[in-house]
Write a protein that binds this ligand. Structure first.
Ligand SMILES: [Fe+2]
Length: 521
């Protein structure tokens, strides 16, 4: 890595846009006279080098991560990539710049880390390499930890490429958000069906080359690229970045070489996401758990419910992965030793709740509220074992700590279930007197499909703490947070198979930091 070079004076970027140079080489009558070697150079310069877009992430009060990955089949082993960060969209006031070496070993990805930036500021960034220059991205730093702040952000998850289009991303790119939180299932490993609305490349993904290709397919979408270019992202993964329903080092099909697959998947994830170099995976391990303080307003906790969990209880015979079982038939579900986050991460979270800020936002993967598929009394409740219901004592521990310490403004954010759920969180759903101690917004999918709405409606009877449940909406949830209130707007895509579809706000809720629970607004 080459360190960022701070630039004190206003300075212009490169005088000549790469497109201009290209026109000089191949355009007009002069091109006829060019030698063959020059012509092949011209063709090389014509290969788009930033076809997967750009991104930024992990905002801090003094820095942010800038990401891109070079494209083209003719890339050398190592390519120097220049980046610039400016105070203004026209790059008249460049505040930092540097060079990174994009290496074939890491899929020619770039993770630049400008440091020493001013807090609570918008910046613009771009890359250049091999005669091409990227689009311009907008990013920002977090407010300093001791300053007043407001926070506009959105949560999104589950963007299966071949079952829908990304109108949700296009709409989100028009919002004025400080941060986008992506809560898992950035890619799906499945092959497309012939009737799919659009096709992904190749078959079921298990190797590094295949994971890389699948990220490239997802990232080819212009609406997704626009959402990345508009604001910094915070990310956690879920299962499909590796394989459906994997748990720790166990795959759904009990693959003997699953650790190798997880290593390939984590490596490709890091290569394609705006994470810093410090979290680059080592073999099958990559730590995405983290925290960010947003001024005096909120502490954001990001946790990983895949890598460290105990394997799912009571799987189907000869299988790993999830099942849907009656509690009475699966006593393992009540084993307090089992954990979704793993003991170390559970402790990390319990020790890190912020008692001084009005809000604690917990960014995690899946629905935390109990979701019983039938009457839960007398052990007859039927539960899906992959989510928090498969680890109910761990959920009770987490929410019990929130209750005991009276942790302020806990809002749990999730995805995974391809449905919008707004719920009250209680330390013990079997006890009618158990208080509401936190609020949950589990946001629906960008494109992935859900179960029929009639099944959700039928189950609502058994889950009175769930105030809103819609599986027939694709979209995301947008939030506006200040010291007095959280306002959530559920945005749903009108026509999920139309990339140009409109997006409608279908519901609004507010939360008071001192009184957990969402109120319809
Ligand atoms: Fe998903």
């Amino acid at each position: 890595m080459k360190p960022a070079v701070p630039v004190n004076d206003a300075e212009r970027g490169p005088d000549r846009a790469p497109g201009v140079r290209r026109r000089n080489l191949i355009g007009g009558a002069g091109a006829i006279a060019l030698a063959p070697s020059i012509l092949s150079l011209a063709r090389a310069a014509d290969v788009p080098r930033f076809a997967l877009g750009i991104a930024s992430g992990q905002p801090r009060a003094d820095g942010v991560v800038l990401w891109t990955r070079l494209t083209g089949s003719d890339l050398p082993e190592r390519v120097e990539v220049r980046w610039e960060l400016a105070d203004d969209e026209r790059f008249e006031r460049i505040v930092a710049r540097g060079e990174e070496t994009a290496e074939a070993a890491w899929a020619h990805s770039v993770h630049a880390e400008p440091a020493g930036l001013a807090p609570a500021r918008w910046y613009w960034y771009r890359f250049s390499a091999l005669g091409d220059r990227s689009a311009v991205g907008r990013t920002r730093t977090a407010p300093a930890a001791d300053t007043a702040a407001t926070f506009d952000f959105a949560i999104a998850s589950c963007q299966r490429f071949d079952v829908g289009h990304y109108a949700a991303w296009r709409r989100m790119a028009e919002e004025d958000l400080d941060v986008v939180m992506f809560l898992g299932d950035y890619i799906y490993e499945y092959a497309s069906r012939p009737e799919s609305v659009r096709q992904v490349e190749g078959g079921l993904v298990t190797t590094l080359a295949q994971y890389r290709a699948r990220y490239a397919t997802h990232k080819s979408d212009p609406s997704l690229q626009a959402a990345h270019a508009r604001a910094p992202w915070l990310l956690v993964w879920d299962d499909h970045e590796v394989g459906n329903d994997y748990a720790n080092l166990r795959g759904q099909s009990l693959e003997p070489d699953f650790a190798e697959q997880r290593a390939a998947a984590y490596r490709a994830y890091w290569e394609h996401m705006p994470f810093p170099k410090s979290v680059r995976p080592r073999g099958p391990d990559m730590r995405i758990t983290g925290r960010l303080d947003w001024g005096r307003l909120a502490r954001i906790h990001l946790v990983d419910d895949r890598q460290y969990r105990d394997v799912q209880a009571c799987p189907k015979p000869g299988r790993g992965g999830s099942n849907t079982v009656m509690l009475g038939a699966c006593p393992e579900l009540l084993d307090p030793k089992r954990s979704l986050l793993g003991a170390e991460q559970e402790r990390w979270l319990a020790d890190g709740w912020d008692m001084s800020r009005p809000w604690n936002l917990l960014a995690q993967q899946t629905l935390m509220a109990r979701f019983a598929w039938n009457e839960p009394a007398f052990g007859t409740g039927v539960y899906w074992t992959d989510g928090w219901d498969g680890y109910a004592p761990a959920r009770n521990r987490l929410l019990g700590t929130v209750a005991e310490r009276r942790v302020p403004g806990v809002v749990v954010l999730g995805g995974d279930v391809h449905s919008n759920y707004v719920a009250d969180l209680k330390p013990d759903y079997d006890d009618d007197r158990s208080p509401v101690v936190a609020t949950e917004f589990c946001g629906t999918s960008i494109s992935s499909l859900s179960i029929p709405q009639s099944r959700i409606d039928a189950a609502r009877t058994f889950n009175p703490h769930i105030h809103y449940g819609r599986g027939d909406q694709r979209g995301y949830v947008s939030f506006r947070l200040d010291a007095k209130q959280l306002e959530a707007s559920l945005r749903a895509v009108d026509r999920p198979l139309d990339p140009a579809s409109g997006v409608t706000t279908v519901a609004r809720f507010v939360v008071d930091p001192a009184k957990p629970g969402a109120i319809a607004a």
